[in-house]
Design a protein around this ligand. Structure first.
Ligand code: SAM
Length: 220
């Protein structure tokens, strides 16, 4: 996807290249992920007042006490999700600004993304349409339940932290599928869960992280 051809983000290309160098320094190696981050205009996923900070490697507020994730974390989670090979159906829990959704949409066949706060979901929808990312389905729901009627996913990426991994998400992971999820309260760690067999899950702890909590219910 070449957003530059659509006249989006011309002015900040050099700034974005600096961000990519920073992500490389921090250990991100997957060139596909770095390339998609380079070309995706993160400033369009922020309110105008914060757009000038879009290419800092930091989380930023998006309203409703929520944040757009730090680019390093977006890169790391995406890299881990994709490490075992190409993915077809990915569920994202916590659409937020839609930025991580946009990154995924350029790297996998189909993205299903759920968000519990309706106004955030609506803004994300407009941004994704503006970028012509049509392989995304959004739903306003409590993502702790996953998206059961969409069947199994070969990747699940969660952008808010539960205290324990919801069993519904484990159940919706296909055999061979990968779940990347922050877990914990005050002290959280990022985990990779692989469904090895029907009843066998393997968990790896990747690194310490700080995410907003995964909350129940929905907000209109
Ligand atoms: N990937 C997003 C981005 O870069 O903008 C991250 C947004 S923020 C870190 C996490 C999001 O998860 C918030 O928008 C929050 O409302 C949402 N969230 C929290 N609990 C949820 C739940 N149970 N179901 C769906 N979304 C949830």
């Amino acid at each position: 996807m070449d957003f530059e051809l659509e006249g989006i983000g011309m002015t900040s290309r050099r700034t974005r290249e600096r961000l990519i160098s920073r992500l490389r320094e921090k250990g991100i190696q997957d060139e596909r992920v770095l390339d998609v981050i380079l070309r995706t205009p993160r400033h369009l996923f922020l309110d105008e007042a914060l757009a000038h900070r879009a290419y800092e490697d930091t989380a930023l507020p998006i309203g409703y006490n929520q944040t757009i994730s730090q680019p390093y974390i977006v890169a790391r989670m995406t890299e881990v999700l994709l490490a075992a090979g190409p993915l077809q159906r990915v569920l994202e829990v916590g659409t937020g600004s839609g930025y991580q959704t946009a990154i995924l949409a350029q790297l996998v066949e189909q993205v299903f993304s759920v968000e519990r706060i309706r106004p955030l979901q609506e803004k994300a929808r407009k941004r994704l349409q503006r970028l012509k990312l049509y392989n995304v389905m959004l739903r306003h729901t409590d993502g702790g339940m996953g998206w059961p009627d969409k069947g199994e996913f070969d990747g699940i990426l969660v952008t808010a932290a539960p205290e324990e991994i919801p069993s519904e998400l484990l159940a919706q992971l296909a055999v061979g599928g990968r779940l990347v999820i922050p877990v914990g309260g005050q002290h959280q760690n990022l985990r990779l869960v692989t469904r090895k067999e029907q009843d066998l899950y393997e968990t790896q702890i990747l690194e310490g992280v700080k995410f907003v909590p995964l909350l129940g219910g929905t907000v209109r």
